[in-house]
Write a protein that binds this ligand. Structure first.
Ligand SMILES: [Fe+2]
Length: 142
């Protein structure tokens, strides 16, 4: 093996090590515990920051209604940094999963939307996952 080939192999090994370390770090930093506010009628700042807010918007010409979900209530926006971010948001309609988005740190923050046929739906439930502070939910009666 000449010097150039040796450098190429060393570079590949370094890249593989970096990728696997990043994947391991990501797995280790994912808190998947289900969280609930102590007093839902009187949430603390940290609870407001993680609780998804569901907003019903306009219906389109095909009968789908825009449902927006933002992680954070009361004007509080959850951070999106490499070490702390909302990694997914999902939406259930009457207990059935109808949409789930994964989110990347820094370039996106905890918000998403879905177009949903709401005609027969009674309850929407949004769920947000914070890599550090667990999984938070809120419901909205339609
Ligand atoms: Fe958080």
């Amino acid at each position: 093996m000449n010097r150039r080939e040796a450098l190429k192999v060393a570079g590949t090994i370094a890249l593989m090590t970096a990728v696997s370390a990043e994947a391991k770090m990501t797995e280790e930093h994912m808190n998947r515990m289900e969280m609930k506010p102590k007093d839902p009628a009187n949430m603390e700042k940290g609870e407001l920051k993680h609780t998804p807010q569901i907003t019903i918007k306009e219906k389109d010409s095909k009968g789908y209604t825009l449902v927006e979900i933002t992680t954070g209530q009361g004007g509080i926006i959850h951070p999106s940094t490499p070490d702390h971010w909302i990694d997914f948001i999902s939406l259930h309609a009457d207990g059935k999963l109808i949409g789930k988005n994964t989110l990347e740190p820094e370039v996106s923050r905890g918000a998403t939307s879905f177009y949903v046929k709401l005609d027969k739906v009674k309850v929407l439930k949004a769920t947000s996952g914070c890599n550090l502070h667990g999984i938070w939910s809120s419901t909205l009666t339609v």
